[in-house]
Design a protein around this ligand. Structure first.
Ligand code: AMP
Length: 309
């Protein structure tokens, strides 16, 4: 059992009130994989250029992350640059350079095609659909997206969303996608686009889940010293999808439990620049934060220890 993920792998330049880093490992699939691997092995589908540094690859090269689907092509690696506001609740994208992602057409290895769980992380919705079409019979199909794709490829994105069971999206992007200012109305509008369930990420306020018969809100795990929020959303997705894929059934209780693990994994990411905070998460610290959220919310997580690898 593994999770297939397609998404960006790139080099990020990030400025926050805590400082600035240049060309560090980033991308939606990087954060997702490093978070989800605590629950279930991950098979990554992405592309980098010949300039992708060895230390970037080393960070991804974990025993439970299969890099067979990570292609190296002639050309430059995806790059993104963002600057955060003083309270770190908003950010401005300074540049997005798709580079080798612009014409990426993966041909999935046989062992990835047979996987039952797939996460279409934030990347071109046409590529998301292309990967989905190559899977034999997935059991669980989840997706994320971002303002860039809502602006540039909305129709393609709407096509992708028709084929997805659960969407994980941040609050501002949910509003942008639907034109609804109120978050719960945006959630309902997203459900009318095809998915059965939507999870809306709310940064320092946590996340909420809306399905046909389930509504749940979960606070973020409180972190005093936030250094860099980049990738928190993708790490949330890694915790959420990893936990859910590990559970036998998708039902209301399990969806709620998965939201808690999403919040836990996101909390590690904000503690350092790039993936450095997430890389410090381990079994004990994940369990401790999950128990803490369970206490804070009086929500019974049940069998916390067995969910992790
Ligand atoms: P998050 O902070 O969770 O929204 O994700 C930030 C990550 O998304 C960064 O590591 C970026 O490299 C990546 N990213 C930014 N823009 C895009 C885009 N248009 N497509 C795919 N990935 C992107």
């Amino acid at each position: 059992m593994s999770i297939a993920v397609v998404g960006s792998i790139g080099l990020d330049t990030i400025q926050t009130p805590a400082g600035r880093v240049n060309d560090v490992l980033g991308g939606s699939a990087a954060y997702f994989s490093l978070a989800a691997r605590h629950f279930m092995p991950v098979s990554l589908v992405a592309v980098v250029g010949k300039d992708f540094p060895r230390d970037g690859r080393a960070l991804l090269d974990q025993p439970d992350v299969d890099l067979a689907g990570l292609e190296v092509q002639d050309g430059k690696t995806f790059r993104w640059e963002g600057v955060y506001s003083d309270d770190m609740n908003t950010r401005e994208t300074i540049r997005t350079e798709l580079n080798v992602f612009e014409h990426f057409k993966p041909d999935l290895p046989e062992r990835i095609r047979s996987l039952k769980n797939v996460f279409l992380a934030n990347i071109d919705p046409v590529l998301q659909r292309d990967v989905l079409a190559q899977l034999d019979q997935p059991r669980l199909v989840l997706a994320d997206t971002m303002n860039y794709w809502i602006k540039t490829k909305k129709d393609e994105l709407l096509e992708t969303l028709k084929k997805v069971q659960i969407v994980i999206i941040n609050e501002e992007e949910a509003r942008e996608l639907t034109g609804e200012a109120l978050t719960h109305k945006a959630a309902r509008a997203i459900l009318s686009l095809g998915p059965e369930t939507v999870v809306i990420k709310q940064g320092e306020h946590g996340a909420f889940l809306q399905g046909p018969e389930v509504f749940f809100t979960c606070p973020a795990y409180p972190i005093d010293n936030v250094i860099d929020p980049t990738g928190a959303g993708d790490s949330f997705a890694g915790g959420f999808v990893g936990a859910l894929a590990r559970m036998a059934r998708v039902n209301d209780h399990n969806l709620r439990r998965a939201v808690v693990y999403g919040c836990v994994l996101a909390s590690f990411t904000v503690e350092g620049f790039g993936v450095s905070g997430l890389a410090r998460a381990d079994r004990d610290s994940i369990l401790a934060r999950a128990e803490a959220i369970s206490d804070m919310t009086k929500f019974n997580l049940s069998d916390t220890a067995r969910i992790l690898r």
